[in-house]
Each structure stands twice: as structure tokens, then as C-alpha cells.
Design a protein around this ligand. Structure first.
Ligand SMILES: [Ca+2]
Ligand SMILES: [Ca+2]
Ligand SMILES: [Ca+2]
Length: 306
């Protein structure tokens, strides 16, 4: 006698899949949910530029420029979300507070127990757990710090996109390297010059560093001596965020292309998530294989399973 799959067992499986799904999961009882995506909108984001998964606290952090990306208005903030899309604290870190300086926060990275944030011409540092501010690191001459990446060696890199108000070029385009030795930050210009083409998204690997730029639309490796190597031109320019998955797939957002590109380990490029406006600095939730996409102009965040 064979044990036919019972309808009870099937329903249990469907119910489990629904429980694992998102708030958008529509349990009709007939089909397994295909959509595990979220759109978090109308919750109070103000010009969100970047989303970062903190895997230890298992929360999503959203940097909100709030106003002009160039203006030192001390009203930027960082929101804290649960992975199911609930806002745990809209202004978890709040520039409007007396004890916090934060103007136009953009890219973020976590180093040990600290959250680092690019903010015009400063690297802001906060306690990763409490959100309390720590001393900032000014970057001399920077005009538009944009993304921050931490390598496994604990070295921080930050891009200066080299923009002035109106997005005119300042020629300060650079990738800065920040080494913390004995608590004192040491700043090194790893790369500098307009050939960096308004560098934006950064991603650190075990022994390598990758960048996407705004002007040329290229995905490049940055050598240890700061050279742009093996440039791969993507179909559209205005590249912003860059993440890498544990299976060495890359994802990069393009404002001009209104999409997220996937770049395979062999270098094949596919537009994976399309028709989205102003996708800024994307994050990646490795635990759930999700892209975290801030939509700069519509004050929302998309969460997409990949
Ligand atoms: Ca602001
Ligand atoms: Ca303040
Ligand atoms: Ca950016």
C-alpha cells in the first residue's frame, strides 16, 4: 500500500508558506504564494538614500536625507525596520535631536559595534545598538560623500562623488581609505580624479574593492593601488548602489535605467527589477536573499526576494 500525498499535508505546507510570507501574501487557499515582496510606503521616510541589513539585530536601517542632499540642515535621520516591514523607530537616529549631528545621511556600513554613515563631508559614527553618536571623522575637501564599505580587515572605504549643489562637478572625486589604529583614524586617498566618474556605490570583498559610478555607468574593480580595473559598462548609467551575494552574484541600481541590474560571476548583465524610479543605495539581506531598495523620490522602500 502506498501513501498518497494527503490533502491535509498539502494544506499544512501552504499554511507554512503563507506564514513565512510577507504582509502582501494573499492566501486564497488554492495557490502557494508567489509574492514575498514588500513595499513600505507612506510611513514617513524623507528622501531615503540607503538601506542596510544589520544581521545581528536583524533589522533594516534606512538613511533619510530629508531635504537637499547638499544642505547642512541637521535634520537627517535613520529609521529602524523589522524584516516584515514594520517601522520600529522612524527616527531611531535623529539629527533634529540636540545630541545628534546628522545632515544628509547616505551610504552606511557596520564595523564591529559601530554604524558608519557618509554625510556630505563627514563620516558619522553611531553605537550600533543604542544609536548614540560617537565622534565624527571629517574628510578634508570632500563635497559629496556617498557610500561606505567595510572590508573583513576592518578597513573602511568611502566614495566622494564630487558634486556641488545642482550636481555640478567639484573634481574632488575620490575613494578614501580609513584605517583605525589605536583608536585614531588614519586617512589615505586611495584614488582621486575625475576619471573616477562620480564614484558612488562601493562593495568590499575579502581582498578586493568594487565600485559603480554615476557618469560612465561602469562597474569596476579598484586595485590595491587605487586603479580602476576590468571596467564593465552596464546598459545604463547613473549607477548608485552595489551589493554582492554569497554566491558571487552582483546587483547594481541604475537611475537612468530605472532598474536593478544583476551581474553574474561571468559578467553577464540582466535587468532584474524594472520600472522603478530613482533606486538609490541598495542593501542585501543574506538571511532571506532579499534586495532592499530605497526609492529616493517616492519616500518608500521596496523589499524584493531574489
Ligand atoms: Ca537634511
Ligand atoms: Ca541635531
Ligand atoms: Ca549612493
Amino acid at each position: 500500500m502506498t501513501a498518497a500525498p494527503s490533502s491535509d499535508r498539502l494544506m499544512t505546507r501552504l499554511a507554512t508558506a503563507c506564514a513565512l510570507g510577507s504582509a502582501l501574501c494573499a492566501c486564497g487557499g488554492e495557490e502557494a504564494p508567489a509574492v514575498l515582496d514588500l513595499e513600505i510606503a507612506g510611513v514617513g521616510f524623507m528622501t531615503p538614500e540607503s538601506v542596510l541589513h544589520d544581521p545581528d539585530a536583524d533589522v533594516y536601517l534606512v538613511s533619510n536625507i530629508n531635504g537637499d542632499p547638499f544642505e547642512k540642515d541637521d535634520d537627517g535621520f535613520v529609521s529602524r525596520l523589522s524584516p516584515d516591514g514594520r517601522v520600529l523607530a522612524l527616527r531611531w537616529i535623529d539629527g533634529a535631536s540636540e545630541s545628534v549631528d546628522l545632515d544628509a545621511p547616505k551610504g552606511m556600513a557596520i564595523l564591529g559595534d559601530e554604524l558608519w554613515i557618509a554625510d556630505i563631508d563627514q563620516l558619522r559614527r553611531f553605537d550600533r545598538t543604542s544609536g548614540a553618536q560617537k565622534p565624527s571623522i571629517p574628510i578634508p575637501g570632500a563635497t559629496f560623500l556617498n557610500d561606505v564599505a567595510v572590508g573583513p580587515d576592518g578597513v573602511i572605504h568611502v566614495t566622494d562623488s564630487g558634486f556641488a549643489p545642482g550636481f555640478t562637478a567639484t573634481a574632488t572625486d575620490a575613494i578614501w581609505r580609513v584605517e583605525i589604529t589605536g583608536g585614531t583614524p588614519k586617512l589615505v586617498t586611495l584614488a582621486r580624479g575625475e576619471e573616477l566618474a562620480h564614484p558612488n556605490g562601493l562593495c568590499s570583498g575579502a581582498r578586493d574593492l568594487f565600485c559603480v559610478d554615476w557618469e560612465k555607468g561602469e562597474f569596476v574593480m579598484i586595485s590595491a593601488t587605487g586603479k580602476r580595473e576590468a571596467p564593465l559598462k552596464l546598459p545604463h548609467k547613473q549607477l548608485d548602489g552595489l551589493v554582492r551575494t554569497e554566491t558571487a552574484r552582483w546587483f547594481a541600481s541604475s537611475w537612468e535605467g530605472r532598474c536593478i541590474y544583476e551581474i553574474s560571476p561571468k559578467g553577464d548583465v540582466t535587468a532584474r527589477i524594472k520600472e522603478i524610479d530613482q533606486p538609490a543605495d541598495i542593501g542585501y539581506d543574506a538571511k532571506r536573499s532579499r534586495l532592499l531598495i530605497p526609492l529616493f523620490g517616492s519616500d518608500s522602500v521596496l523589499v524584493k526576494k531574489i
